[in-house]
Write a protein that binds this ligand. Structure first.
Ligand SMILES: O=C(O)CCC(=O)C(=O)O
Ligand SMILES: [Fe+2]
Length: 199
């Protein structure tokens, strides 16, 4: 007999794995300092016919030609990997078995910097990508929910890794909401795959 599940979100595990101590404090501090010197850009996004600044700074590093277009509006062209970013990429691959071709950085200068509800479904990442997200600096609330379901909160700590597993982007959406509380600046690095869809 099949069991009726009245509270699916209570027992369905989220398609993420959280590693709070992915980096030790010294590694995390060094990486944070390194990230502050990356080439940050203030990009503009077109939404509902209006052009507005993206509410955070962004940067992108990775393999040559692995361009990233999101929201049909913002084109990010990777600079070559820095040695430190490549080291972190390889450490994540060693831990998780997933490979990555680019890293997109987000810098949240204060509580008004944010990223709204979305799934990362750009075709350049291929079908069901694993996305690995390293957090540095101030702790921010990250929320994830099944489409049409209720949200679970994570407090992404300095030096942590949140791995969004293959399939996550098809079934769930996530965000880092704005907050009026005081929060220290935060850097987030999302390591992503790339597949060439043009060949
Ligand atoms: O800052 C974060 O933790 C999430 C960033 C994110 O969702 C993205 O870059 O797509
Ligand atoms: Fe995302």
């Amino acid at each position: 007999m099949t069991q009726l599940n009245l509270f699916p979100e209570l027992i369905t595990p989220l398609p993420v794995t959280y590693y709070p101590n992915f980096l030790n404090i010294q590694e995390a501090n060094e990486l944070y300092q390194h990230c502050l010197d990356l080439r940050w850009q203030q990009n503009q996004i077109k939404m509902l016919g209006k052009i507005m600044p993206v509410p955070r700074l962004e940067c992108i590093y990775g393999d040559e030609g692995c361009n990233y277009l999101y929201s049909n509006s913002v084109l990010l062209e990777p600079l070559p990997w820095t040695e430190k970013l490549a080291q972190i990429r390889d450490k994540i691959t060693a831990l998780t078995g997933h490979n990555f071709r680019i890293v997109i950085g987000n810098q949240y200068r204060d509580g008004q910097d944010s990223i709204g509800w979305h799934a990362d479904k750009e075709p350049s990442m291929g079908v069901d990508p694993a996305i690995a997200s390293v957090s540095l600096g101030g702790v921010r609330k990250f929320q994830i929910k099944p489409i049409g379901g209720s949200a679970t909160d994570y407090w992404l700590e300095h030096g942590s890794l949140l791995l969004m597993l293959p399939g996550c982007q098809s079934t769930h959406i996530h965000q880092v909401p704005k907050t009026n509380k005081f929060v220290s600046p935060r850097v987030n690095l999302t390591f992503r795959p790339y597949v060439d869809n043009t060949v």
